[in-house]
Every structure is written in structure tokens, then in C-alpha cells.
Design a protein around this ligand. Structure first.
Ligand code: PLP
Length: 461
């Protein structure tokens, strides 16, 4: 947690170091700059997704092997970004490469079920304790379909989410994220604000946001929605928030949420796109011991191939089975994705792998916390399973409001540049965290801690 008497970080010093590190990164990524000039002629903004944008240019990658990636300039990095938290298996894991090779020769797409899909569903049912599964191709598709299923089951339109949580890029959930502090609204009546243009107000008004780690506020808001004649179909949430760095649930919070949603007939969806298979074999559901009605998965599931899944109780998924909800998609259960997912579940993400990830994360979290304490930085290190981060804030972040109020953006941006110049490929963005893979070693983790120690020294010199 936060150090007792932190030093004041001098913003001018942060600015000087940022300029120096930016110049250094620009100098070592000249080929990325040239590739950007070419890419932007035809790819909008030079990237395939706006989350890949970066000023003055994105860093273009060539390859990944185990815990490392290489860029077009020949720079090699330890990968802590891991494809926005997808590659817990590490890059080009031999078991996954072998499964893909075997599958590619047998045909890669039929829009008919292959046995691997059934094996993956069986594995997920065991890991998450939910009986019925369907597959999609991304986290956004998973949350979109899960919400539709909840709406069909309950006959209700309104949905509740946590303020500041990201659940993908479809209209219903691109609401109340990335909002400036002054626009958040009253804690008991947080604003429903569309994230970016093109989202109909009629849709964003149906999404109601409540603060994380505050079961009382959730219950009061649900009760008001009931009185207003628009009770919610579902609460969709991450059991541990992974889009404000890492924010863990406070003791008893998830149990209370479970009890409140059950009492109001609201479907509880744990969005495990980031946590599922990444923080434990059975994700946050296993780790925190609270069973939702549905989970959504993606990222780690496909071992680097586009994939997603929805798991639900028999009752909840009955609306799919009886044909009321069309849960559909040409590429759902694609044979290549399912072959990779099966190899990952059976041969890579084993109990020993989770033991390794826990031990490594303990090492990186305590190493970073040691740096913070030695240099009396305002911040703390936090992690769970393969995920973690250093949060540059003098007080613990418990929800979106405390995040916006306290996180030091300038130091967060400096840390990214600092890491990149020292062979640490870190997830860009102030909301992000590291993801470790089974291929990471003490050496990789110690390189991260050493780079952080050097930055702490430069900041406090
Ligand atoms: C918790 C959560 N849900 C859903 C998504 C959307 O997943 P995708 O980008 O695969 O559509 C993300 C993506 O970061 C996420 O973090």
C-alpha cells in the first residue's frame, strides 16, 4: 500500500526526464517512423485499432518468442504488454504452434463444430463451475451476447455496470468510461456518458453506472431503478477491475453484490475477459469464490487467436437453447481458435503454470514495492495471478473517482517511455497493467524491477 511519508515528485523533473526519454525512443525507432509514414496512407491512423495509436508513431512489431518481442528496428524487449493481456502462454508456445500446424492441414473453417470446441467447453465448465458455453471471436462479442441473454431472460432493458470499467466496443457498454473528473456526477447518481461519438443517447441512457467497491450504492441505485419502473436485467462487472491498473475488490464486496443481484432477480455477469484464465485456472470466479450467473472470456482463451466465450448456468442459457436468443456468428468456434484454446487449456495453463505465475507476480510486486519504499515514492504495487501494476498514487485506488483524483498521469507516461528504452515492452495507457506469461522468468521480472529502480533514482535525485 502507499508509503507513509512519500517524497514530493517535482513535475519539472518529470517533464525533463519525459522529454529525454521520448527523444531516446524516437531515435531507436526510426524504422517504425518510416513504417508509420507508409501505413497511414491506407490504414486509418496507421493502425488496425485506435488502441494501437501512439504519438509520434506506433512501435511496429515483427515477432515474439516466449517472453520477448522484437520490433522493426531490431529492438528486443521483455514483453509485459502481452497483447493487452492475452498472451499468458507466452509467444509461439510449442504446444500451441504444434496444435495450429496440425489443425491448419486439416482445414481451418467450416462453420460446423469440431471436437476441440466440445473439449474446450468441458474444460471451461469444470474451471468456472458453469454448465453451458458458447463461443465468439472477441471480448466485445462476448459481453454483447451476454447482455442480450440477460435481457431476454429477465424481459428487462436497463443494465448496470461499474463506472470506469471497460467491457468492449459495442454501444451498450461504451458508457461511463474515460470521463473527466468533473463530469462523473453524484456518487448516488453517476452519469451515463457515451464514450466517443456514434453511440445513440437512447442506448447510453439504458446503461447505469455505479461505483466499484460500494455495494450500498449499487443496491440503492437498483432500488431506485425498480421504483422508476426500469429494473435492471444484469450487473456486468469485473470482479477485480483491470482497466484502472489493478483494483481489487474489498473484503465482502463481491459476496454482497451476489446477494443483492440474486435478491432483485438481476443476472450477475463477471466480465472475465482480462481475469479469466489469467489470474487462476477458473479466473476471478475461482479466486474470489463468488459464483456469478454468467462469465465472459476472451484474450487468454485463444492463446493468441481471436476467440471469446460466454458461460452461464443452465437456467440463464435456456434462452439460447430454446431459440429465443439468436447467439450466432460465422466464425464462432473456429477450428484454429479452438485448437489453440484446447492446447492451451490441456497443456499450457496447468496447475504448475499458475504456481509459476503466482510466484513470479509475488516477486515483481514485492520487488516494485521495495523500490517504492526505498525511494519513498507516492505509490504502491498491486497484483494478482499474472496481472499487476505500480499505481502512482499517494492513496489506495478503490474506484474510478479515486483513480481520477489521485493517479499521477505524468509519472505513468514517463514510466512507459522509461521502460521502452530499457527493453521492457509495457502496456501503454494509464489504465493498464503488466501481464506475465508462463515463459517469463526471474530474469525478466528482475529486469522490470531494475528499470523501475533506475527511474525511481532519477525521479528523486
Ligand atoms: C474487461 C474487458 N472486457 C471486454 C473487453 C473487450 O475485448 P475485445 O477487445 O477482445 O473486444 C476488454 C478489452 O480490453 C476488457 O478488458
Amino acid at each position: 500500500m502507499a508509503t507513509s511519508s512519500p517524497v514530493q515528485i517535482d513535475p519539472e523533473r518529470v517533464g525533463e526526464l519525459t522529454n529525454r526519454e521520448l527523444a531516446g525512443l524516437n531515435a531507436r525507432t526510426a524504422r517504425s517512423s518510416a513504417m508509420y509514414e507508409r501505413a497511414r496512407q491506407t490504414l486509418s491512423g496507421g493502425v488496425a485499432s485506435s488502441y494501437q495509436l501512439r504519438d509520434p508513431w506506433p512501435i511496429y512489431l515483427v515477432s515474439g518468442e516466449g517472453a520477448a518481442v522484437s520490433d522493426v528496428d531490431g529492438n528486443r524487449y521483455w514483453d509485459f504488454h502481452n497483447g493487452f493481456g492475452s498472451m499468458v502462454q507466452g509467444h509461439a508456445h510449442p504446444a500451441i504452434v504444434e496444435a495450429l500446424r496440425a489443425r491448419a492441414g486439416l482445414g481451418t473453417h467450416f462453420a460446423a463444430v469440431t471436437e476441440d470446441t466440445i473439449v474446450v467447453a468441458e474444460q471451461l465448465a469444470r474451471r468456472f463451475g458453469l454448465e453451458r458455453w458458447r463461443f465468439v471471436n472477441s471480448g466485445s462479442e462476448a459481453t454483447m451476447d451476454a447482455i442480450r441473454i440477460a435481457r431476454a431472460l429477465t424481459g428487462r432493458d436497463t443494465i448496470v455496470k461499474i463506472f470506469g470499467s471497460y467491457h468492449g466496443h459495442h454501444d451498450a457498454v461504451m458508457v461511463s468510461i474515460g470521463v473527466t473528473l468533473g463530469m462523473i456526477g453524484d456518487r448516488e447518481n453517476l452519469a451515463s456518458i457515451h464514450y466517443g461519438a456514434g453511440i445513440p443517447k437512447a442506448v447510453s441512457d439504458m446503461t447505469i453506472a455505479v461505483p466499484f467497491n460500494d455495494a450500498g450504492a449499487m443496491e440503492r441505485r437498483i432500488e431506485r431503478l425498480v421504483k422508476e419502473g426500469r429494473p435492471p436485467a444484469c450487473v456486468i462487472m469485473e470482479a477485480a477491475m483491470m482497466n484502472l491498473g489493478v483494483v481489487l475488490p474489498e473484503r465482502g464486496y463481491l459476496e454482497q453484490v451476489r446477494e443483492i443481484t440474486a435478491r432483485h432477480g438481476v443476472v450477475l455477469i463477471f466480465d472475465e475477459v482480462k481475469t479469466g484464465l489469467a489470474i487462476a485456472a477458473g479466473g476471478a470466479t475461482e479466486r474470489f469464490g463468488v459464483k456469478p450467473d454468467m462469465v465472459t472470456l476472451a484474450k487468454t482463451l485463444g492463446g493468441g487467436l481471436p476467440s471469446g466465450a460466454i458461460g452461464g448456468s443452465e437456467r440463464v442459457m435456456s434462452v439460447v437453447e430454446d431459440g429465443s436468443v439468436y447467439q450466432v456468428g460465422t466464425y464462432n468456434g473456429n477450428p484454429l481458435s479452438m485448437a489453440a484454446a484446447r492446447a492451451s487449456l490441456e497443456r499450457v495453463l496447468t496447475p504448475a503454470a499458475y504456481g509459476h505465475l503466482d510466484a513470479l507476480n509475488e516477486r515483481i510486486v514485492s520487488g516494485c514495492q521495495g523500490v517504492i519504499e526505498r525511494h519513498r515514492l507516492p505509490g504502491y504495487a498491486v497484483g494478482i495471478g499474472s496481472k499487476g501494476c505500480v499505481t502512482f498514487s499517494p492513496t489506495p485506488i478503490v474506484d474510478y473517482e479515486t483513480f481520477k483524483e489521485n493517479q499521477d498521469i505524468a509519472v505513468t507516461e514517463l514510466a512507459w517511455l522509461w521502460n521502452m528504452n530499457r527493453g521492457i515492452y509495457m502496456t501503454p495507457g494509464r489504465e493498464e497493467e503488466w501481464t506475465l506469461s508462463v515463459a517469463h522468468t526471474d530474469e525478466a521480472v528482475d529486469a522490470y524491477i531494475a528499470a523501475f529502480e533506475e527511474m525511481a533514482g532519477a525521479l528523486t535525485a
